[in-house]
Design a protein around this ligand. Structure first.
Ligand code: GDP
Ligand code: MN
Length: 378
């Protein structure tokens, strides 16, 4: 789950991390009677607000104008955070992400943060484990490559505290951009982009993230809402021409990249959240059909990997589903099957079975399947 900036900052504040003083107003509240300078910030979940006029720094007496301007920039329907304006001396970029493969926290840090972070030099990348007794020196040594020592020491101390916050709060991502360095030397989190592991939601007070839940649901397309209700992850990708049916985040990401390289971009990404064999395959196919009914989507690619589950059962289930409900666009199937899966049933038999229900081609190699589907979608 993605947290709004306001709920993310409240989380940081509960753990003693410095954030600006501020208050939230609803979409219908009038601008507050704000003393002095401030910042008005739209609580949308997407980033890049600064460039879209959704963050406005205002002078004394100008709060109402700033609130009106932010609302007029397309944020009329969301709450606004009104904060004290910080005298930012330097904008630092910090991001901590769980690296599930390395079982570490991947830290990115840059002395040139802010809204142009993507244009600047690549950030320092430092991996560390909170279980490593030498984590403190690993972090400090890394940060000293890009920051003066006194600042590196301060940031390193903050990073270690943020790492404990990540564990306590089950966060997958904790990004602070900008981390504001103030003239008195304090570091204050001027922004917070936080993602919590959905599977850990039950461990935390739902009241703390009520706005985030509403905004996240509102940001979903109708198809994405239905997929979420059916229990799998599904993201529509704008401009795609291939409805992609896959399961497993790694395979899905790889196919999305391969399709883009082949000139036939995917119209969606999906992942069976439970990782089970057939749990949502009928539902995923149904959603893909709806996507494929759109004129710009010209073909369907169904791809799966079988290690030990028998190929025959998988093919029978798919063929039966296709017989009952023929695909609205040409369908290419890729099944990468291991030796155990192939026992007693060959790819040739599978190809014949699927051809009988209208499948254009069956490949055992996802790369070849991508090439085939790209020709159909051209
Ligand atoms: P984002 O663009 O969605 O990441 O929104 P941010 O919260 O990061 O705000 C965008 C930019 O507004 C920041 O990079 C700062 O340059 C500026 N900004 C935000 N808060 C303050 C503040 O308190 N004081 C000043 N001077 N600038 C701010
Ligand atoms: Mn930011």
């Amino acid at each position: 789950m993605r947290l709004t900036e306001h709920e993310g900052k409240a989380l940081l504040r509960r753990h003693g991390i410095a954030v600006p003083h501020g208050s939230l107003i609803s979409a219908t509240d009038p601008a507050p009677d704000w003393p002095g300078t401030g910042v008005a910030k739209a609580q949308v979940l997407e980033g890049g607000r600064g460039k879209r006029g959704l963050v406005r720094v205002f002078g004394a007496g100008d709060c109402a104008d700033a609130v009106a301007a932010v609302r007029a920039s397309g944020a009329g329907h969301v709450p606004l955070l009104i904060e004290e304006a910080l005298p930012i001396q330097r904008e630092i970029y910090l991001s901590l992400r769980v690296d599930g493969t390395a079982q570490t926290i991947a830290l990115l840090a840059s002395a040139e943060g802010g809204v142009e972070i993507e244009q600047g030099p690549p950030p320092l990348a430092i991996g560390f484990s909170t279980r490593d007794p030498h984590a403190a020196s690993v972090i400090l040594a890394g940060l000293r490559q890009g920051f003066p020592t006194d600042l590196a020491v301060k940031i390193a101390r903050l990073v270690r505290r943020l790492a404990t916050v990540m564990i306590a709060e089950d966060l997958e991502l904790l990004e602070i951009n900008p981390l504001a360095l103030l003239p008195d030397g304090r570091l204050v989190a001027a922004d917070a982009r936080i993602m919590r592991d959905d599977a850990a939601g039950l461990r935390h007070d739902a009241a703390d993230t009520a706005t985030s839940v509403v905004l996240e649901a509102a940001a979903r397309t109708p198809l994405e809402q239905r997929a979420a209700a059916m229990g799998f992850s599904f993201v529509e990708l704008a401009g795609g021409s291939v409805a992609l049916v896959s399961a497993g985040a790694g395979l899905g990401m790889m196919l999305v990249d391969l399709l883009a390289d082949a000139g036939a971009p995917a119209a969606c990404f999906m992942d069976n959240a439970h990782g089970g064999p057939a749990e949502t395959s009928a539902e995923r196919l149904a959603i893909a059909y709806e996507l494929a009914a759109r004129p710009e989507v010209r073909a369907i690619l169904f791809c799966t990997v079988l290690a030990s589950r028998p190929l025959r059962g998988r093919v029978d289930a798919l063929a039966e589903a296709l017989r009952l409900s023929p695909p609205p666009k040409p369908l290419v199937v890729a099944i990468a099957a291991g030796h155990t899966a192939l026992a007693g049933y060959s790819m040739a038999e599978a190809a014949a079975r699927l051809a009988a229900v209208g499948v254009v081609a069956l490949h055992d190699d996802p790369v070849a399947a991508v090439a085939a589907v790209a020709r159909l979608a051209a």
